[in-house]
Design a protein around this ligand. Structure first.
Ligand code: CIR
Length: 256
């Protein structure tokens, strides 16, 4: 599958107040913006068109656009983020998706929550990890919304204490997944080829394959070498500042 488009959103100054599970210090905004520019340039270098949306100061986590929607070849689904401070980000994304796609559907159930970071789309199925942000109602509503587009959804689980399902895994190609051992141990990837992150490097499981490149966070040399040995073309991108907000490579874009 080749992507022709990506959507990103510039980091707002308010990102220093973004959500985090553990406070490891305030992100450095200038460095975060420099990393973000490297990320956008890497996407563009594959030939894709990148729609760079302006910063939204009212939403400190709004640079993590992935959580607001699921983009499929047939259309997009606007999410209902489980973090109350992020709910409004989905409505900010919807008009851009409508402009780019014919059809946009929406998770609307008042008790249903789901964030894009919990969704891993492979060539054959959509895996959704229940988490502190994604509940059974959200998974069920998504399942109904994508059924007539021919997509099947499989509900899986995000390990306790892990923000999103994709915090711990990424799709590298049609049959290969990069995952932490703790997530793979749940058995959710039976039938796929799985490459494990090196011990102690669990934080690099969130990468993205975008056309000919794998965008991979800098600073994880043993996993990087495993991926290079497996034949992937890697582009290392600094992620030190987003990591302070539990964000990684996939969170920073919508891709289709
Ligand atoms: C949050 O807690 O929602 C943000 N600070 C990080 C979101 C990361 N997004 C993602 O993994 N898809």
């Amino acid at each position: 599958y080749r992507f022709t488009h990506a959507i990103t959103r510039l980091p707002p100054a308010s990102a220093i107040n973004g959500l985090r599970a553990v406070d490891t210090g305030s992100p450095d905004l200038a460095r975060m913006r420099a990393h973000h520019a490297d990320y956008v340039a890497a996407l563009q270098s594959t030939g894709a068109t990148v729609l760079e949306l302006p910063a939204l100061e009212a939403f400190p986590d709004s640079l993590f656009v992935e959580d607001t929607a699921l983009c499929l070849p047939e259309g997009a689904i606007v999410m209902r983020p489980g973090a109350p401070s992020r709910l409004g980000e989905a409505a900010e994304m919807a008009p851009h998706l409508r402009a780019l796609y014919g059809e946009v559907r929406q998770i609307t159930g008042a008790e249903n929550f789901i964030e894009g970071g919990d969704i891993l789309t492979t060539e054959t199925e959509i895996l959704v990890g229940r988490s502190a942000r994604t509940n059974a109602g959200g998974v069920a509503e998504l399942t109904r919304l994508v059924a007539d587009w021919g997509h099947s959804v499989r509900e899986v689980f995000t390990p306790p204490g892990v923000l999103h399902f994709k915090t711990d895994c990424s799709l590298l190609d049609a049959e290969t997944i990069l995952a932490t051992e703790r997530l793979d141990a749940s058995g959710c990837f039976t039938g796929y080829r799985v490459i494990h992150t090196a011990p102690g490097e669990e934080a690099c499981a969130n990468a993205i394959r975008f056309n000919d490149l794998v965008l991979f966070p800098a600073g994880f040399p043993r996993t990087r070498d495993k991926l290079l040995a497996a034949g992937y073309a890697l582009r290392e991108i600094g992620n030190s500042e987003c990591a302070k907000l539990d964000g990684g490579m996939s969170c920073l874009s919508l891709r289709f």
